[in-house]
Ligand binder design. Structure first.
Ligand code: UDP
Length: 349
């Protein structure tokens, strides 16, 4: 059994984007991150700071094995389906993987007496109505998810809270706003397939890897007409998970905490920052709105500071985009067409 100062933490979904950055942060803080992942969307290359236990969160026996083999003391749970559009087409899969997986994980933790959990939640749990542009969202805001994806995250939170009250599990749900950026080392970064997120798509458009970017609507009730989002650097997010693991909470407590930078930028502002960082234009055209996109999402992060002692450190838009550009210019995995696009770019320069 591997030993490390602060014990083993099962990182379910630790081969994915935020999970891999969190595994790195755990390792840096003296924990052993045991990545439990079915590699359906995660990358083997992203597992660098501890062992990989190959398995699915819906598989109780595989969870029990991994927890026993590595003497797991706590769990951070990222493993879930995340594409909002697909959740509309296949809500059945989202409930089965996200809510079913969480239920199985909770049972496995209870069976082994593991009593500490940090859960990947989302700003998608909040309702859309009644907020002005640039009005921040606090944790007590109305919950009325706009998608089955958001429904499953809210259902998981409620399941975890009730389970904790009944069986003495202490848990923190982190409601992410827009995760972005990459570790400056270039070893790990974002590699969703298909990629749907604004910052990697803007950079890809500028690098000539694929299509021009479509801006999803410029007729919202916002200063420049495009949507406002709160982008938070993935390494700040990773640090929030470690803080959530260590927060001094009562046994059986459940806390839900927003994680964002506390500043919002429009789609046009992100495009301008990407063009500045790359030193070349981001080809783009305005298209139709994307279904379910709220005009503005801005985190009130006061509770993150109060409960977790966490504040964002590297989440300036310039820092986020700079690190995303570094990763996207030479991704260590994923992005199958990128090498050819970069070669063509340097040949034409
Ligand atoms: N967006 C866009 N074009 C794209 C992808 C995203 O205009 O190709 C916009 C989207 O409408 C939203 C913002 O960029 O306002 C961030 O979208 P993303 O998918 O990155 O994150 P989300 O806010 O949906 O979680």
């Amino acid at each position: 059994m591997e030993k490390s100062g602060k014990g083993a933490v099962l990182v379910a979904g630790g081969a994915g984007y935020i999970g891999a950055h969190t595994a790195q942060a755990l390792h840096a803080q003296g924990y052993l991150p045991v990545v439990f992942d079915n590699l359906s969307s995660g990358a083997r290359e992203a597992v660098r700071w501890g062992p990989l236990a190959h398995g699915d969160v819906r598989d109780a026996a595989a969870l029990a094995d991994a927890m026993a083999k590595h003497d797991v003391q706590a769990v951070i749970h990222f493993a879930s389906l995340i594409e909002v559009g697909r959740s509309v087409a296949r809500p059945d899969l989202f409930w089965e993987h996200n809510v079913g997986g969480t239920a199985t994980l909770l049972q496995a933790m209870r069976a082994r007496g593991v009593r500490r959990l940090v859960f990947s939640s989302s700003a998608a749990v909040y309702g859309q109505g009644g907020r002005g542009p640039l009005e921040s969202i606090a944790e007590h805001a109305a919950k009325d998810p706009a998608s089955p994806y958001g429904d499953t995250k809210l259902a998981c939170e409620r399941l975890i809270a009730a389970h904790g009250r009944a069986f003495g599990l202490t848990a923190v749900a982190l409601r992410y706003f827009n995760a972005a950026g990459a570790d400056p080392s270039g070893l790990i970064g974002e590699a969703h397939a298909p990629e749907t997120h604004l910052i990697p798509l803007a950079i890809a458009a500028a690098l000539g890897d694929g299509k021009a970017l479509t801006v999803f609507g410029d007729d919202f009730d916002t200063p420049d007409g495009t949507c406002l989002r709160d982008y938070v650097h993935v390494n700040d997010l990773a640090a929030a998970h470690v803080a959530a693991l260590e927060a001094p909470l009562a046994e059986g407590a459940f806390e839900a905490v927003n994680i964002g930078a506390g500043r919002a930028y429009s789609v046009f502002e992100v495009i301008a920052e990407a063009a500045r960082a790359l030193g070349r234009p981001v080809p783009h055209a305005v298209g139709a709105r994307r279904e379910g996109d709220p005009p503005s999402l801005l985190a009130d992060v006061a509770r993150a500071r109060a409960v977790l002692g966490w504040t964002p450190k590297v989440s300036g838009l310039d820092e986020i985009v700079r690190d995303a550009v570094r990763w996207e210019s030479a991704p260590a995995y994923g992005r199958p067409g990128r090498k050819a696009a970069m070669a063509a770019l340097s040949a034409s320069a």
